[in-house]
Design a protein around this ligand. Structure first.
Ligand code: NAG
Length: 471
C-alpha cells in the first residue's frame, strides 16, 4: 500500500490534459445562452410561463435532491465514475432537448441537467485526489481557466452562427451535443485515483493548514507524510460510515467556529443562490423585453463578455494589495450593492435590451470577482479536506436558499410572479445582503479606526488575523 502512493507524484500531466479537455468540451455549449429562446421558439413551442414555472425549477429541485447523495458517493466511488456521470448527464440532457417535445419531456431534460450540476464539485475534488499537492494550485488554475474559455467560446460560436449565418437554434443544440459527447469520451480515459479525500483515509486530525503551509514554504516531505495516510485495514463499512459522518460533523463545527469563515460562507451561500437564480431566469427577462422571434438576439455576446470580464477581474484581483481581513466585508457590501443596482436600474427599470445586457455583464463579472476573493479568503485558512467540505456545504446551503426562492417566487404553488416582478425580488434580495454586510463591516471597521494611530490599527489587524487561524 505504501508503494502505490508514489505513482501519481510525477504523472500529473496526463490526467490534467484529460481534465482540461473534459472541462473545455463539456462547457462548450453554443445553445446555452439561447436556451430559453430555444424552448420558446418553433422547435418546442413552449410558452414563457411554462418554461419559467414548470421547466426551469426542475433543475433547482433535482440539483438539490442529488447534491448530497452525489457528494457522499463521490469519495466512495473514487471520483472518476462521478465525472463520467457528469458528462453523461449533459449528453442525455441535450439529446432530450433535441429529440423530445412537451413540458414533461423538458422536465426530464432539466432533471439530467441537475445531475450534471450536482456532479460539478467532483470535478475539482478529482484534481486533488489524482495530482500531487505541489501541482494542485496550478492544475486547478488550468482547469478553471479552460472551463471559462469553454463557456465563452461556446457563447461566441453560438452568437456568430445566429448573427452571421442566421441558423436555427436546433443546430446549436446539435453542435453542443457533439462537443459534450467528446467530453464524455475524454472522461472515460481518466485514471482512477489511488487515494481519496475522506472515506479511505485514516482519522487525520493533524492535516490542518496543508494549503497555507504549502503556500508559505513547500515542506513537501512533511506535507506528503501528512496527506498520504491510507487506511491499512479496510474496516467494516457501517463502522466506517459512522466514523466518517462523525468526523465530517466535527470538522464542520471547527470550520464555522471562525467568525470570518462563517461570514464569508454566509455571503457565499446567499450570493450564489441569488446569482444562480438570476442566471437561470435572465434569458426569460430578455425574451420578455425583446421577444426573440422579432429581435436579433445578442445573448451569446453578453454571456461571452461577462465571462471573460469576470475572469480578467478575478485574475487582476490577485495583484491588488488589500487586507481582505479588514476590508473584505466592505468589498462584499459595495459589490452586493452594485449587483442590486445592476438589477434594479439596468434590468428592471430600463426595459431596454441593451441596458439589460449591460446590467447582466456588470452583475456577472462582479459576482465572479467576489467569489474569487471569497474562495481565496476561505481557502487560505483551511486544509484541502476542510475546504472541500466547506465548499460542498456552502453549495448545499446556497441550493437550499435557491430552492426556497424558487418555491416562493417562481413555482405555481407559490406566488408564480411574472418575470419583471421576480427580478424586483432578486434586486431586493441583494439589497438585503448588502445591508447585512454593511452593518457587519461598520461593526468591524469603526472600533479599529477609533483607536487612532496607524500602528495600533495594524497591531489590531495582526491580532485579529492570528485569532482567525484555525488551531
Ligand atoms: C411549433 O409550431 C410550428 C408553427 O406553428 C409548427 O410548424 C411546429 O411543428 C410546432 N412544433 C411542435 C414541436 O409542436
Amino acid at each position: 500500500m505504501a508503494g502505490c502512493c508514489k505513482q501519481y507524484t510525477d504523472n500529473w500531466k496526463y490526467p490534467t490534459i484529460l481534465l482540461c479537455l473534459f472541462g473545455f468540451f463539456v462547457n462548450l455549449r453554443a445553445v446555452e445562452p439561447f436556451f430559453a429562446a430555444y424552448l420558446i421558439g418553433p422547435h418546442h413551442n413552449l410558452t414563457a410561463e411554462q418554461v419559467s414555472a414548470s421547466v426551469f425549477p426542475v433543475w433547482t429541485y433535482s440539483n438539490l435532491a442529488l447534491l448530497l447523495p452525489v457528494f457522499l458517493l463521490t469519495d466512495y466511488l473514487r471520483y472518476k465514475p462521478v465525472i463520467i456521470l457528469q458528462g453523461l448527464g449533459m449528453v442525455i440532457s441535450l439529446l432530450l432537448s433535441l429529440l423530445t417535445h412537451g413540458v414533461p419531456a423538458m422536465q426530464v431534460m432539466e432533471f439530467f441537467y441537475g445531475i450534471f450540476s450536482a456532479c460539478d464539485p467532483a470535478y475539482y475534488a478529482y484534481i486533488y485526489s489524482v495530482v500531487d499537492i505541489a501541482h494542485y494550485q496550478k492544475v486547478t488554475g488550468y482547469c478553471r481557466s479552460i472551463t471559462l474559455v469553454g463557456v465563452a467560446l461556446g457563447a461566441v460560436i453560438g452568437q456568430l452562427l445566429v448573427s452571421l449565418a442566421g441558423i436555427s437554434l436546433v443546430y446549436l443544440n446539435v453542435i453542443s451535443l457533439t462537443s459534450t459527447s467528446v467530453a464524455f469520451l475524454c472522461s472515460l480515459f481518466l485514471p482512477l485515483p489511488s487515494r481519496t479525500m475522506f472515506v479511505h483515509r485514516k482519522m487525520a486530525g493533524d492535516t490542518t493548514n496543508i494549503l497555507s503551509k504549502e503556500m508559505e514554504s513547500p515542506h513537501s516531505e512533511q506535507i506528503q507524510s501528512v496527506t498520504i495516510t491510507e487506511t491499512e485495514n479496510k474496516s467494516k463499512c457501517s463502522n466506517q460510515c459512522l466514523q466518517l459522518l462523525w468526523r465530517l460533523g466535527k470538522e464542520m463545527k471547527d470550520c464555522y467556529s471562525s467568525m470570518q469563515i462563517l461570514y464569508w460562507s454566509l455571503w457565499w451561500a446567499f450570493a450564489t443562490a441569488g446569482y444562480s437564480q438570476i442566471i437561470n431566469y435572465v434569458q426569460l427577462l430578455w425574451e420578455h423585453i425583446e421577444p426573440s422571434q422579432k429581435f436579433a438576439m445578442y445573448n451569446g455576446g453578453a454571456e461571452a463578455i461577462s465571462t471573460l470580464l469576470g475572469a480578467v477581474l478575478s485574475f487582476l484581483v490577485g495583484y491588488v494589495k488589500v487586507n481582505w481581513d479588514v476590508f473584505g466585508e466592505l468589498a462584499l457590501t459595495i459589490f452586493s450593492a452594485i449587483d442590486a443596482g445592476a438589477i434594479f436600474i439596468f434590468m428592471v427599470y430600463s426595459r431596454n435590451i441593451w441596458m439589460c445586457y449591460a446590467g447582466f455583464i456588470i452583475f456577472k463579472s462582479c459576482y465572479m470577482l467576489l467569489i474569487t476573493i471569497a474562495t481565496y479568503q476561505v481557502a487560505v485558512n483551511l486544509s484541502m479536506e476542510r475546504y472541500a467540505l466547506l465548499f460542498g456545504f456552502n453549495t448545499f446551503v446556497a441550493l437550499v436558499l435557491q430552492t426556497i426562492l424558487t418555491l416562493i417566487v417562481v413555482d405555481p404553488r407559490g406566488l408564480a410572479l411574472d418575470i419583471v416582478t421576480q427580478f424586483i425580488v432578486y434586486g431586493s434580495y441583494f439589497i438585503v445582503i448588502a445591508g447585512i454586510f454593511f452593518v457587519r463591516s461598520m461593526y468591524l471597521l469603526i472600533p479599529l479606526y477609533c483607536k487612532g494611530p496607524v500602528n495600533q490599527l495594524q497591531s489590531a489587524i495582526k491580532a485579529k488575523t492570528h485569532h482567525y487561524g484555525i488551531n
